[in-house]
Design a binder for this molecule. Structure first.
Ligand SMILES: Cc1cc2nc3c(=O)[nH]c(=O)nc-3n(C[C@H](O)[C@H](O)[C@H](O)COP(=O)(O)OP(=O)(O)OC[C@H]3O[C@@H](n4cnc5c(N)ncnc54)[C@H](O)[C@@H]3O)c2cc1C
Length: 367
């Protein structure tokens, strides 16, 4: 067993870290130029062809360097839940049409499965896709679509055969200007600023049958594959946030004095920081093991759910700890300390809630 990074992986991380240091608010175009938007897409499609381990490492480096977590979240939703499914399940024609634009950042991708009555029960879709000649006609509404307000390309899941439940779900690539597609107004949300969220309405939206990914009924399998990418690689951004936060609290605990000495000399504070370190290291090991298992082509679903749980729970708990260590300064907006907690809270929910991840692991354990 070898836990060390290769020189190429070290270089990737350093390049990501340096880019983020210089451009904390990099816009979408710059993220495309850096290569973030196509990290795991094949070189033939304009991507970098990186495996999951390296892709995750770049995301960690970018967040550690200070690139906005919201921006990284938006880029990850674009890459893992919209572009990767097209790369893995799209026809050569769909790949050629969309992937180079998605990889360069000249087009923005979004994925739309959730509905107001189909959240954790993701395949209980009311959104229908009915075949009509060479087209499908999509009708329904989607409730939470990251990048919705700005996306050019939507990956939309709809039921082609409601009687067949999750085996009746299909996935379609739909362009923003498709007749009958309407994007709702942007939600005001807590945390992850730099990413946008909206609902989506489909009113007899006509989509060519050639825009279907994979076979009719393959939607659930396609969505699960995209969630494996997301739960693994997207969550690496929180490792970078946690690393940065750890460095921040150590510096603060050394500098801030009470009762004539640095607060880091009080065991209550130093042990809290050690717990933050422990949480980060444990979450990091789980995440990279999950990414590695995935790259090996193994069934990594249990490792991925465990990693998603460990990273997101660590992000929330350490977000609270960082505030406590900073005392009152922790809740003053100017210090930015509480922002990490606001950015962490949604991670308990998206990509499948943590309760659902526990359910998935419980099933793997035969419970
Ligand atoms: C910031 C953000 C971005 C998002 N982006 C997207 C996106 O781009 N595309 C998209 O399609 N969706 C997106 N979502 C939606 C997200 O996938 C859902 O919020 C999530 O699946 C949970 O669904 P829900 O919100 O309806 O909660 P519900 O499913 O109603 O859950 C409510 C509570 O009940 C619990 N619960 C439900 N069922 C069970 C069960 N069987 N066992 C135990 N507990 C259970 C949940 O864990 C939760 O605590 C996003 C959400 C957020 C917060």
């Amino acid at each position: 067993m070898d836990f060390s990074w290769t020189p190429e992986q070290v270089e990737l991380y350093q390049r990501a870290f340096a880019f983020a240091r210089a451009e904390t608010e990099a816009d979408w175009k710059r993220l495309g130029e850096f290569g973030l938007l196509g990290l795991s897409l094949g070189v033939e499609h304009g991507g970098s062809g990186l495996p999951a381990v390296d892709t995750a490492r770049v995301l960690e480096g970018l967040a550690h360097g200070g690139l906005s977590p919201g921006r990284l979240f938006a880029a990850s939703a674009h890459l893992f839940a919209a572009a990767m499914p097209i790369a893995e399940h799209g026809s050569p024609e769909l790949q050629q049409r969309f992937l180079p634009r998605l990889a360069s950042g000249s087009a923005i991708g979004a994925n739309a499965i959730s509905e107001s009555t189909a959240g954790s029960d993701a395949y209980a879709l009311k959104c229908r896709a009915e075949r009509d000649g060479d087209d499908y006609v999509l009708s329904g509404a989607k409730s939470f679509v990251t990048n919705g307000p700005v996306a050019d390309v939507f990956l939309i899941y709809a039921s082609t055969n409601p009687k067949h439940g999750w085996l009746g779900v299909s996935a379609f690539v739909v362009e923003r200007d498709a007749p009958g597609l309407r994007v709702g107004s942007e939600f005001v949300k807590h945390g992850l600023s730099g990413s946008t969220l909206s609902s989506l309405y489909l009113e007899a939206c006509r989509v060519p049958a050639a825009n279907r990914l994979g076979d009719e009924g393959a939607g659930a399998r396609i969505f699960e594959a995209s969630m494996r990418w997301e739960r693994c690689c997207l969550f690496a951004l929180y490792l970078g946030v946690l690393q940065r936060q750890l460095e921040q609290v150590i510096a603060y605990a050394r500098e801030r004095k009470q009762f004539g000495k640095p607060i880091g000399k009080f065991q209550a504070v130093s042990h809290r920081i050690v717990e933050m370190k422990l949480r980060l290291e444990a979450a990091r090991l789980l995440l990279y093991r999950a990414a590695w298992e995935s790259d090996q082509g193994r069934d990594a679903s249990e490792a991925i759910s465990l990693a998603k749980l460990a990273v997101s729970e660590a992000a929330v708990q350490s977000g609270i700890d960082a505030i406590r260590i900073h005392g009152g300064a922790g809740v003053i907006a100017e210090t930015g300390v509480a922002l990490a907690l606001a950015d962490a809270l949604p991670s308990l929910l998206f990509s499948g809630t943590n309760e659902i991840q526990r359910e998935l692991v419980a099933r793997k354990l035969g419970l």
